[in-house]
Design a binder for this molecule. Structure first.
Ligand SMILES: *Cc1c(COP(=O)(O)O)cnc(C)c1O
Length: 432
């Protein structure tokens, strides 16, 4: 992909871009505090305007008044599928292929378990699950547990070793390749279609974690012919803290295996109350128990807000968002290079558009944590990822070019003034 975007070198140019931005009305859909430039929507998306009222209505009307009738009358029972279908529109899945449920960690347990079981059935001699050492830890912990249960080996590699491994004489050992599409700490993005094709050529099944992709970059799971995917509801989908996550399974595999958490919500006929388990056809079997309806309601508000992009631009919502996301990250990189040179910052995120998610990560040998704290004190909210990364997420739904310009200015001032050395910015909190 080439760019027709030249990063502004003057604040006035940023304001002119904002004035022409077809997405600018989307910002009004969010309840962002005044004076905050929010660069952490990749970790916890902000509160959509409609959510508080809608959740209050679910509490008072659906729960308080409707009581148990609301499982039918308020659409509670179908909520995981209904919300899943809205997520599907952002990740190249068809209606009926996604459920919104549980957490990313739990959904990964379910799909990786299914992938391992199918692989062991089809290729009994394959003995490894492969992932990246730099993957998000929970993904590795879940994989480690499943490998112990199944007598497999978890093989961890560096991103640059992947292509070689899949083409090597060791490839016939690989049962499952499990990758996160956009790396949480570097913002580097895999080419989903080509990696999936290489995994399949090696005879392995492909599991994708879309935690930093869903709502951040265009994803086409069916187009890539992926096998399994999971992702997160509280990051770019703005579902609220601890929002339900999601799971997708390619329809050609969905009926092949009982996922291990075979609870009654994944039963073909839960209200028959039979003593034996009959898995529901398709993705519904990936549900386990009773769903958190209030959290699903909030997640649905996040998705409805997101899909409101269709009222602003023609065509695919993710295409328009991607265009602006790349322009915002290009601008931030250019401004950091123009204003923060000589202060020891290194760009961690790839410059090539096709290898970049919707975040920009900078590394610094000393002081990364304190610099993020000093920025937060100025109202510029990003986050720190150990050991040395300043991470900034860019969400085109509510960020302006002027915001990005100003964020880089604040970073330059934090560096020039040395204010990050103040003790209050160097006290570590439990959550970074
Ligand atoms: C955010 C994230 C998770 C979060 O998992 P939870 O179960 O919601 O805590 C998992 N994997 C990746 C790659 C993530 O970025």
């Amino acid at each position: 992909m080439t760019t027709d975007f030249t990063a502004p070198t003057m604040l006035e140019q940023c304001r002119a871009l904002d004035a022409q931005d077809p997405l600018r009305a989307m910002r009004q859909q969010f309840d962002l505090p005044a004076g905050v430039i929010y660069l952490d929507g990749n970790s916890l998306g902000p509160l959509p305007r409609r959510t508080a009222e809608r959740v209050a209505q679910a509490i008072h009307g659906e729960w308080g008044t409707g009581l148990i009738r609301s499982w039918n009358s308020a659409g509670w029972f179908e909520a995981p599928q209904r919300v899943g279908d809205k997520i599907g529109q952002l990740i190249g899945a068809n209606a009926g292929e996604v459920v919104a449920t549980d957490t990313t960690s739990i959904n990964l347990y379910k799909v990786l378990s299914a992938a391992i079981s199918i692989a062991k059935n089809d290729h009994p001699t394959r003995s490894t699950v492969v992932s990246e050492r730099s993957n998000f830890p929970t993904d590795l912990y879940i994989a480690e547990s499943l490998c112990r249960q199944h007598g497999l080996t978890l093989q961890l590699i560096e991103p640059e070793e992947l292509a070689g491994l899949l083409a090597s004489p060791a490839a016939p050992n690989i049962a499952v390749l499990m990758l996160t599409h956009v790396n949480y700490r570097t913002g580097a993005m895999h080419d989903m279609a080509s990696v999936t094709a290489a995994a399949h050529a090696a005879g392995a099944l492909m599991v994708w974690d879309l935690a930093h992709s869903a709502g951040a970059v265009p994803v086409d799971l069916n187009g890539a012919n992926a096998d399994f995917a999971v992702g997160c509801g509280y990051k770019y989908l703005n579902g609220g803290p601890g929002a339900p996550a999601f799971a997708w399974v390619n329809p050609r595999l969905a009926d092949r295996f009982w996922q291990p958490l075979s609870g009654w919500w994944g039963h073909a006929a839960p209200f028959q109350f039979t003593p034996d388990y009959q898995p529901a056809p398709g993705i519904a079997r990936y549900l386990c128990g009773t769903q958190p309806i209030l959290s699903l309601t909030a997640l649905e508000c996040g998705l409805d807000t997101f899909l409101g992009v269709r009222d602003c631009v023609a065509g695919e919502p993710m295409a328009a968002l991607r265009r602006k996301s790349l322009a915002l990250t290009d601008l931030f990189i250019a401004r950091v290079e123009a204003r923060c040179a000589g202060h020891g910052l290194r760009l961690v995120t790839p410059r090539e558009h096709q290898q970049r998610g919707s975040q920009v990560c900078l590394a610094r040998d000393e002081g990364a944590y304190a610099m993020v704290q000093a920025l937060i004190a100025r109202g510029v909210i990003g986050d720190y990822r150990a050991p040395d990364v300043l991470r900034f997420g860019f969400t085109p739904l509510y960020l302006s070019f002027e915001d990005v310009w100003n964020a880089a200015e604040h970073l330059a001032q934090v560096l020039e003034s040395g204010e990050w050395r103040q003790p209050e910015f160097n006290r570590q909190h439990a959550v970074t």
